[in-house]
Design a protein around this ligand. Structure first.
Ligand SMILES: C[S@@+](CC[C@H](N)C(=O)[O-])C[C@H]1O[C@@H](n2cnc3c(N)ncnc32)[C@H](O)[C@@H]1O
Length: 245
């Protein structure tokens, strides 16, 4: 996952409004009066979101399990306050450090075991300071069942042609992607990518967060920051770690 695919990820993300998503998170930070010292982005990928925070935090730790995604990140950006970390976000521990932890673009759905999801949120809670915020999104039940489903899609852009073949069963969506990248001399290079996402329901996630101790758990339709609707695609969560008296 995210090996050769890492080098075409940015090209395929042209329709994602990272600036708007970053602004939504900054607005949540303002609302909850979050400090501006340390930020942690988990599953940071190639830094498409991270770059919008370079000037907002004194120090940013940006972590990913894919060395290729981190390589793309490092080739693009050279910010003095950013530290790239190659690690599994589920087990990352750096206690009481962060004002903000962000996990975006359905990276949470890649954690396919519920026990691991619990561990991810427990460790995030430990890693946050008092009066800090965890912000993450998930693909909605509607998107995973109806749009991903067991459907097959074919896309053709100027220099990339790809097929996306899904199989959905038992709340797991297997995605087989086949990319054909046009290269010099009109030859095509093939990149195969397998990904798997788990469907998580809003109530299930809220229950986990509450049990761990998070408060002020809020959900939004990530695309308009309004209420979550039956056809919402991405659901944005924010959850606060308050000072324990
Ligand atoms: C859809 S991309 C999102 C990347 C980035 N957050 C963005 O907004 O562009 C998913 C990312 O999650 C990373 N990832 C998946 N499982 C992970 C894990 N257990 N620990 C750290 N990163 C993980 C992948 O390597 C990939 O970079």
């Amino acid at each position: 996952m995210y090996e050769d695919f890492a080098y075409i990820y940015d090209k395929l993300s042209f329709d994602i409004d990272y600036e708007k998503y970053a602004q939504n998170i900054k607005d949540l930070c303002k609302k909850h009066q979050v400090g501006k010292e340390n930020m942690l982005e988990l599953a940071t990928g190639s830094g498409m979101l991270t770059r919008h925070f370079f000037d907002d935090f004194e120090k940013i730790d940006a972590l990913d399990i894919s060395p290729d995604m981190l390589k793309v990140f490092a080739q693009k950006y050279d910010a003095d306050n950013v530290n790239l970390i190659y690690y599994d976000m589920v087990s990352f521990i750096n206690e009481d450090i962060y004002d903000l932890i962000v996990i975006l673009l359905d990276s949470v759905n890649y954690v396919t075991e519920k026990e691991e999801l619990i561990e991810l949120f427990e460790n995030s809670y430990k890693n946050l300071k008092d009066d800090s915020l965890l912000v993450f999104d998930i693909n909605s039940e509607y998107k995973i069942k109806e749009i991903f489903g067991s459907n097959c899609y074919v896309y053709e852009y100027e220099d990339i042609f790809y097929t996306w073949d899904n199989f959905f069963e038992d709340d797991l969506c297997d995605m087989h992607l086949d990319f054909f990248i046009r290269e010099e001399g009109d030859t095509y290079r093939r990149i195969r990518e397998f990904q798997q996402e788990r469907l998580y329901k809003v109530e299930e996630i809220k229950e986990i967060l509450e049990k761990i101790g998070f408060s002020h758990i809020e959900i939004y339709d990530e695309d308009d920051m309004g209420d979550v609707k039956p056809d919402t695609m991405r659901i944005l969560f924010s959850a606060k770690k308050e000072k324990n008296e």
